[in-house]
Design a protein around this ligand. Structure first.
Ligand code: ATP
Ligand code: ZN
Length: 296
């Protein structure tokens, strides 16, 4: 049933990234049948098979060419492959703009932390021992790194460690454990990664098409379609107000042509303050609408 000419992509089965990966693929017109608890899932509308895995396993499976592609947090890719073994066998194709977080050092709230020197010779618990070790070695700080298996163990780790190094997005979890974040050591988001070896022409073409679609989805997510009416004399000013707005369509309104309608794609979201500036420049009936897909 699973054709070897299909692309094979590894994504997280559940967790923080699973649903978001499926959403992204769906927006690319690639949907899946079958239950989430299966290991494989085949797309009905693209020659793509998904492998649904724990995120920890994804980097090595892409490195070892069990899968052609994977979606995984940059943090996990760095820990399991880039900083460890076989980095030359994987290639990051694009950042996907979701799963943003940072790997940070944190200490109990009442600890005095000046700078990294404060951690010299101290015990640090983390599920990212490879990244942390590389970071600390590069800074010339010797410390005792203890591996723990995940965030669930953080509260327990505080009992025996002087510091922890863990993923943070808002910091609320650290705080509820009586910790304060003192130093981010890595910024991360979900990435699309591939095995670096060349594939068949058909598979290479499928990857290019997939990337174009993902690119279109990501651009569309940021972009807005903007419409407004304005006096013809204000058009130049108005175009200046929206950063990156290119080649707007300008159509005369009514018979005398003093007023025009301006339609354009703005590459980034248009916020209230920009709309207020447009109004001050003479625009009226300003509409900002989301865009579903873009192909350029
Ligand atoms: P699995 O069962 O697949 O091993 P997990 O518990 O190791 O799951 P999740 O907590 O689902 O992993 O996180 C998956 C990825 O989501 C992380 O590796 C990271 O890239 C990203 N992420 C984004 N925000 C956070 C956060 N606040 N805490 C942890 N991970 C985050
Ligand atoms: Zn995991």
């Amino acid at each position: 049933m699973y054709s070897i000419s299909n692309l094979r992509m590894a994504i997280q089965k559940s967790g923080r990234l699973g649903e978001k990966c499926r959403d992204l693929l769906e927006k690319c017109g690639i949907t899946f049948e079958g239950q989430k608890n299966q290991l494989f899932s085949r797309s009905m509308d693209y020659p793509l098979d998904l492998m649904l895995l724990r995120d920890d396993d994804i980097p090595a499976l892409v490195r070892d060419q069990v899968c052609d592609l994977g979606i995984v947090g940059y943090n996990e890719l760095k820990e399991k492959v880039l900083d460890k073994d076989g980095a030359e066998n994987v290639e990051i194709l694009m950042n996907l703009g979701f799963g943003r977080c940072r790997l940070s050092l944190a200490v109990p709230e009442d600890t005095n932390f000046e700078n990294l020197e404060s951690l010299r010779g101290k015990k640090i618990a983390t599920s990212y021992p490879v990244i942390l070790d590389k970071y600390m070695s590069a800074k010339g700080i010797n410390c005792d790194i203890v591996e723990i298996s995940g965030s669930v163990e953080v509260s327990y780790a505080i009992g025996f460690a002087d510091a922890i190094c863990d993923l943070v997005s808002t910091g609320a979890t650290l705080q509820s454990n009586g910790l304060k974040e003192v130093l981010p050591i890595l910024e991360s988001e979900a990435v699309l990664v591939r095995n670096a070896r060349k594939l068949s022409d058909e598979k290479e073409e499928l990857i290019t098409r997939l990337m174009d679609r993902i690119d279109g989805v990501l651009k569309a997510k940021r972009a807005r379609y903007v419409m407004m009416n304005a006096p013809r004399a204000s058009v130049d000013d108005i175009i200046q107000i929206i950063p990156g707005m290119e080649n707007p369509t300008i159509m005369p309104l009514g018979q005398d042509g003093d007023k025009v309608a301006i339609h354009a794609v703005a590459p980034d979201n248009v916020f209230w303050d920009t709309m207020e500036k447009l109004k001050q420049a003479g625009a009226s009936s300003i509409l900002v609408v989301p865009i579903e897909k873009i192909i350029e």
